[in-house]
Design a protein around this ligand. Structure first.
Ligand code: FAD
Ligand code: ZN
Length: 470
């Protein structure tokens, strides 16, 4: 089977773009270094037509495909299993910004475009493309859409789904669906675009997308604020929403231990405020001029200081300082990775339930795993925390992960579900949470998900074993 398939793949994309030998770890090993698979071949098409030809060849030979963009996903969805029989389809050569329509305020780009390149192309045309996350230097637009990525601007602009107006997709049968309309209104039946977004490569392969653009922000203010506890962070969020309305674009929280990890691994980075139990990164941007926006922000902070909601504030005085504040925030996942593997939870809760969840669950984890530390940070404005558990000092991180992941997940996810939350806010299900999903998703919803998978990919060609099993 494999010789004939490899011949067909070479015919589809050319000999040099079918890789079978040498070090393929950049494709086969995930960013967390947790899943290492082995592919039959890594195939690198350069167009939607070539992607379609690859899918047809794989379907004809009964082989399955794992689509991959920048390989920055955190749930083991974009690397092959260890059977040596899956084809890894890299979209990185589909990397052209196809068009910018200024009057329609849209950008159409290939799925393999790196997010930062999309942001830059928009900026060069005088627009903002707001999707932003710490992996933006390597993750791709297609991967962002396949995982419905969130990031730091969701509060104001929504996640990848809300930014997308159209898709081009290669189906499991190797056909190309051209849905690249830049329409803001289109009620012609089932929304296939929204079905593909967040499907993690299990329903179709995204080859291009049309995305919304926005006016470049004016009156941007970026600040760190110190709070005595998480309830005060929630109060600050309420006050900021009240006073700033739609001008509030970012509201991130970091517990002291998360910042301690950054200081430990990146001592060259600034420490903008003295240690505090919680630090908030806030950002605003709207149509105000800079001085008016700054005034409004300072009045808000004055009110927060007077009410003891915050204990200290530092406001960036320049774009460079604003970038430095974001750099500290975005270094948390990297600092944590430097410390070794940990038990990750990417959870969403109603904002009103978050402080109680954290107090109760921190206590439960401390009792269950004496000496373990919670690394808690995330997008409080969206009700999304990265609530990760790190083993006690002196315990090998890998051993802690292997021994205790199941029990830690049960404690965290039971508490999340009891409060009406989600076990995956923005990273997806992939391989990591597939079995957890079966336990925790509404059974009627699961049945519908399986029926959709069966209808669109009856042979199980696309990323089998991820998200749902038919
Ligand atoms: P990959 O990792 O290559 O793939 C991810 C999944 O999508 C896989 O299941 C894969 O099969 C599928 N896929 C990829 N491309 C396609 C395609 N064209 N068509 C169909 N399926 C495809 N996520 C957030 O939401 N918010 C964050 O703030 C955030 N921060 C992060 C910070 C760091 C340091 C890192 C490493 C990751 C972070 N992530 C975050 C995870 C996030 O999912 C990814 O960074 C990004 O969205 C994935 O893009 P990618 O191109 O790397 O996809
Ligand atoms: Zn995040």
């Amino acid at each position: 089977m494999s010789t004939a398939l490899l011949e067909a793949l070479r015919g589809a994309v050319g000999d040099t773009q079918v890789l079978c030998d040498g070090d393929l770890s950049r494709y086969e090993l995930d960013w967390r270094r947790r899943w290492r698979g082995r592919a039959l071949a890594v195939v690198r098409p350069a167009s939607a037509g070539e992607v379609a030809a690859v899918v047809r060849a794989c379907a004809a030979h009964g082989a399955s495909i794992v689509p991959q963009g920048g390989n920055t996903g955190l749930v083991g969805g974009g690397v092959p299993d260890d059977s040596g029989r899956q084809v890894l389809l890299s979209l990185q050569r589909l990397n052209r910004v196809r068009a910018i329509d200024a009057a329609n305020a849209t950008l159409t780009a290939d799925a393999g475009c790196v997010l930062q390149a999309v942001q830059q192309a928009a900026a060069d045309a005088g627009f903002l493309f707001p999707l932003s996350l710490a992996a933006e230097g390597s993750c791709t637009l297609g991967g962002n859409l396949a995982t419905n990525a969130g990031g730091t601007q969701v509060l104001r602009f929504g996640n990848a789904r809300e930014l997308c107006l159209g898709l081009e997709v290669v189906t499991a049968h190797g056909e190309i669906w051209n849905g690249l309309s830049g329409l803001r209104k289109d009620n012609t039946g089932y929304d296939l675009r929204d079905l593909m977004i967040g499907s993690e490569g299990t329903l179709g392969i995204i080859t291009a997308a049309t995305m919304k653009l926005f006016a470049l922000p004016v009156g941007r203010v970026t600040a760190f604020a110190a709070c005595a506890g998480l309830p005060q962070c929630v109060q600050l969020l309420q006050l900021a929403r009240d006073r700033l309305g739609a001008a509030l674009t970012g509201f991130e929280v970091m517990e002291s231990f998360a910042l301690e990890l950054v200081a430990r691994h990146y001592p060259q980075l600034p420490r903008p405020l003295p240690d505090a139990p919680w630090t908030v990164l806030m950002e605003t941007g709207d149509a105000d001029d800079d001085a008016a926006a700054r005034q409004r922000f300072e009045a808000l902070m004055q009110a927060a200081l007077e009410r003891d909601i915050v204990t200290d504030v530092v406001v960036a005085e320049s774009l460079a300082q604003a970038r430095a504040l974001w750099h500290v925030r975005e270094s948390i996942p990297l600092a944590q990775a430097e410390d070794g593997p940990n038990i990750k939870h990417d959870i969403a809760l109603p904002v009103s339930a978050i402080a109680d969840f954290v107090a109760t669950t921190d206590a439960a984890l401390k009792t269950a795993f004496p000496g373990a530390r919670v690394v808690n940070f995330g997008h409080l404005g969206d009700g999304n925390l990265h609530y990760n558990l790190q083993g006690p000092a002196g315990v090998a991180p890998q051993a802690f992960l292997e021994q205790h992941e199941h029990k830690a997940n049960a404690i965290v996810y039971d508490a999340v579900v009891a409060r009406g939350g989600s076990i995956s806010a923005e990273h997806g299900i992939g391989a990591l949470k597939r079995d957890e999903l079966v336990l925790r998703k509404d059974p009627v919803a699961l049945t519908m998900m399986r029926a959709i998978k069966q209808a669109l990919d009856p042979k199980g060609t696309l990323n089998p074993g991820r998200v749902v099993q038919p």
